[in-house]
Design a protein around this ligand. Structure first.
Ligand code: UT7
Length: 334
């Protein structure tokens, strides 16, 4: 184990992702409920999403596939890992954590393993935590996995929520690097619990807020006040990116990619417009996958990596917000 006092940086050694095979198109949804391809595309930018199609598929299976792909990309074995951080709101069980089961399944034991629950911000929360743990000198190789199997908690009788979400996992292997300039050079992990009723997953009647407008709340199914979350997201995306740029004194020209949680194309477009971000610097795949909650930023990261668009020495900005309400950013030197 390296000396904790020895300064070091963090590099992204590899990335991976996984999505279910089953495609659920807007046209499929229009056959299930009162909606249309036009409405969904115009209001969200989504054309289709992937969803788990059997009980055997779920967060655990997607997490195993994504982290295995990331290890392969890094040219590493599972036994090289000393920690696995899995971010999800759809882990099969709360005990044990999915991270423990993933570690066992891929052969990473005795690597430490824990889950974090930060909804759509989970992957960026995880990256920031992993960066800090590696810089502390106590860990050398950490797998971060952001994953959600939202189809398991979406009520397909409720049209506002169900059209938005899909299932996916994205993973990054973070490794200690001798260059202290590499890794997260600025990061934010924040939350405002007062607004939790805007987005929640009730397990029992008493979880439902008194003022809930919904009369048909179903236990185990996601509830969302879309307009509230939309307003929060539009202002938060802008302020979080502005804060990150001001704190690091970087300009848009200094950043090669802004990797934003794929929540709704209108939320991403609003941030682009307000901050003057060019199209080619804001990655978008929501048209193909929908909003995959904790999976989305890692999935984008992996697609950019596979396209050769994560270039050593360049700077990327990762931003996410979600249930909690939570938000997180990381300015990352590759
Ligand atoms: O990842 C973090 C968590 N979530 C988010 O980021 C979501 C943020 N919010 C949103 O993306 C948007 O609020 C939604 C996509 C969820 C909804 O879009 P909206 O433009 O805010 O629609 P709305 O809720 O204001 O509804 C407008 C109309 C309503 O009809 P009336 O009352 O105007 O007659 C809805 O009943 O659209 C109706 N509507 C639909 N119509 C067809 C709502 N959902 C649908 C639908 N198809 N799927």
């Amino acid at each position: 184990m390296p000396e904790p006092s020895q300064p070091c940086g963090v590099r992204i050694a590899g990335t991976g992702s996984a999505v279910p095979e089953k495609v659920l198109t807007n046209h499929d949804l229009a056959e299930m409920m009162d909606t249309s391809d036009d409405w969904i595309r115009q209001r969200t930018g989504i054309g289709e999403r992937r969803i788990c199609s059997s009980d055997d598929e779920g967060a655990f299976e997607l997490q195993c596939r994504a982290v295995s792909a990331a290890l392969e990309d890094a040219g590493m074995q599972a036994s090289d890992l000393d920690l696995i951080i899995a971010a999800s709101v759809t882990s099969e069980m709360t005990c044990p954590s999915n991270a423990c089961r993933v570690a066992h399944q891929i052969g990473a034991a005795p690597a430490g393993a824990f889950d974090i629950v930060a909804a759509c911000s989970g992957f960026v929360y995880g990256l920031n935590i992993a960066d800090s743990l590696i810089r502390s000198g106590r860990h050398r190789n950490i797998a971060v996995i952001g994953c959600d199997a939202m189809s398991k908690v979406v009520d397909y009788e409720e049209r506002t929520v169900s059209v938005l979400f899909g299932d996916a996992a994205g993973s990054a292997i973070l490794s200690r690097d001798d260059d202290p300039g590499k890794g997260s050079i600025y990061q934010v992990i924040e939350a405002d619990g007062s607004s939790w009723p805007s987005l929640y997953l009730p397990r029992k009647e008493s979880d439902v807020p008194e003022k809930a407008s919904e009369s048909d709340v179903r236990m185990g199914k996601l509830r969302m006040d879309g307009r509230d979350v939309y307003r929060f997201a539009v202002s938060k995306f802008k302020s979080v990116i502005e804060d990150a740029m001001n704190a690091t004194q970087l300009s848009v020209d200094d950043v090669s990619q802004f990797i934003c949680h794929q929540s709704n194309i209108r939320i991403i477009e609003s941030a682009k417009e307000k901050l003057g971000l060019p199209d080619d610097k804001v990655y978008v795949n929501i048209d193909r996958y929908g909003n995959t909650s904790a999976g989305s930023v890692g999935l984008c990261l992996d697609e950019l990596n596979k396209a050769g668009r994560l270039v050593e020495g360049e700077t990327i900005v990762l931003v996410a917000f979600g249930g909690g309400l939570t938000w997180a950013s990381s300015v990352w030197k590759l």
